[in-house]
Design a protein around this ligand. Structure first.
Ligand SMILES: [Zn+2]
Length: 87
């Protein structure tokens, strides 16, 4: 039998997967912080883009806070803007 990867999952299965995502910060009862680079890295792609809440399951309130904190961390050079700026 062919193995099912995330790419071959059916549309209905993907919707179920997305519904089961829980906001990381709500679960921890924490707030995003620009100094916490290791945690922020979970929410940016390897090219440095901020991942959408449909990918990460973050709630709207925390997604807005997260975006602000990631931009702060970028400005302070804690996180690269793009992969070319990575150390
Ligand atoms: Zn949340």
């Amino acid at each position: 039998m062919k193995m099912r990867t995330s790419r071959t999952r059916s549309r209905s299965q993907r919707i179920i997967d997305q519904a089961n995502l829980v906001c990381y910060y709500c679960k921890l009862k924490a707030e995003p912080d620009y100094k916490d680079v290791l945690k922020l890295r979970r929410f940016i792609s390897d090219r440095g883009k901020i991942l959408g809440k449909s990918r990460t399951g973050t709630c709207s309130m925390h997604q807005r806070q997260l975006t602000r904190e990631i931009k702060k961390a970028r400005y302070l050079a804690l996180i690269p803007y793009t992969e070319r700026h990575a150390l």
